[in-house]
Design a protein around this ligand. Structure first.
Ligand SMILES: [Zn+2]
Ligand SMILES: [Zn+2]
Length: 141
């Protein structure tokens, strides 16, 4: 690869903005990057500043988000504390309510179990027409 401006010279750098090859003499160095011209250098550094600004913006947004998360956490803790306070103040009442609910659930499950067993029994015919006919045939012989 030869220099863009000097076809007889070997290019040692590649422009950071447009990618054109340039020799040592043509290279424009700025802020750790090498450009082929002053125009490219201006373009490149402007882009760099823009991206730096965007990065800065992201950092601010992250800080905001963290703050929001913290506020949310505090609200959750307050709600939990309030719930616990309410529970500790009305412990007896809540416990009896919960256990009576549990009894109802247990009864319902037990009844459902019995009902299922009963349906199972009743669907098996003890004395069917088919069976009587079969017995009649057997007895006739
Ligand atoms: Zn360039
Ligand atoms: Zn050159």
């Amino acid at each position: 690869m030869v220099c863009l401006n000097h076809p007889d010279r070997e290019a040692v750098y590649k422009c950071a903005a447009c990618g054109k090859p340039v020799c040592e003499e043509c290279a424009v160095e700025y802020d750790g990057d090498v450009y082929c011209s002053v125009e490219c250098q201006e373009r490149g550094s402007a882009a760099k500043e823009r991206s730096a600004f965007i990065i800065d913006d992201t950092a601010v947004n992250n800080r905001k988000r963290r703050k929001k998360g913290f506020v949310f956490l505090v609200i959750i803790i307050i709600i939990a504390a309030a719930a616990y306070y309410y529970y500790s103040q009305n412990k007896e009442e809540i416990n009896s309510k919960v256990s009576s609910h549990l009894e109802v659930v247990e009864d319902t499950v037990e009844n459902a179990k019995k009902a299922t067993l009963n349906t199972g029994h009743s669907t098996v015919p003890k004395d069917s027409k088919y069976r009587r006919q079969r017995e009649g045939i057997v007895n006739q012989k």
